[in-house]
Ligand binder design. Sequence first.
Ligand SMILES: NC(=O)c1ccc[n+]([C@@H]2O[C@H](COP(=O)([O-])OP(=O)(O)OC[C@H]3O[C@@H](n4cnc5c(N)ncnc54)[C@H](OP(=O)(O)O)[C@@H]3O)[C@@H](O)[C@H]2O)c1
Length: 248
Amino acid sequence: MEPFAGKRVVVTGAGRDFGRAVAVWLAREGAQVDLCARGEAAARRTGADIARYGGSARAYGCDLGDAAAIRAFAAALTADPAPLDILVLSAAPWLEGGLDDGADDAAIAAALAAGLTGQILLTRALLPALRRSAAPDIVAMVSVCGRPGFTASAAHPAFYAAKHGLSGFCEILGARLRPEGFRIIAAYPPDFTTPDPPGPPPGRDRRRAGPDRRGRVGEPPPRPAATPPLHPLRPPLRRPDAGGVRRG
Ligand SMILES: NC(=O)c1ccc[n+]([C@@H]2O[C@H](COP(=O)([O-])OP(=O)(O)OC[C@H]3O[C@@H](n4cnc5c(N)ncnc54)[C@H](OP(=O)(O)O)[C@@H]3O)[C@@H](O)[C@H]2O)c1
């Protein structure tokens, strides 16, 4: 089963780290990937890597702290009438420290703007395209910082606030969109590192990294030894009752 083949996917924060790994991996799985990074050059680099692996991607620049940039990104995406199957909200600015040290007003406002408001604006703008999918998924990279009672991270309180807000957003979206067949997946990981480039998903025979059955050239550059595996995304569920929020 190749659950992502032919799916249309949007990935934010795809210029580096987790968002980039997910974009590359999904493209290698046969998805059509529309990706964005804050800087267009970084997005284009990921897009070029995907093309080198034989995948299909379109790359855009989008600062999630800028509502006009989000509107422009969404307009570019929705100019293609194809349904959007999966939205991966990975981008978020990291901020650390205490409330009264380090980060100034602008940094705090930016953490909330891109880490929360931008996620909501982008999701809203893409909702019509997601509604055209037979099995729409919204995947939000929250954080353990978004879990009630968790206080152990060095993250700034504004980062905690953004992640709690994103968690609440996912919760209500899950409740309201579930009857339409949406699945809202909120991930609450602790600290992790992302190998670059991503290896094949766990359980996949690594020998398949070469040219594959679909004729895509899937030869990734060598992966460093002893790096943790890419956190897998669940394949979309088929059940009509597959909605709601997943925590963890
Ligand atoms: N890594 C972890 O330990 C960890 C743990 C829990 C949750 N998470 C969450 O998982 C997601 C991915 O993690 P990660 O490790 O890939 O994070 P990361 O290394 O901190 O990368 C953050 C990503 O967000 C992008 N970004 C930041 N501000 C942006 C803005 N204003 N507009 C658009 N993009 C912006 C960055 O782009 P630039 O390259 O332009 O900066 C980068 O692609 C994030 O939401 C993060 O909060 C991560």
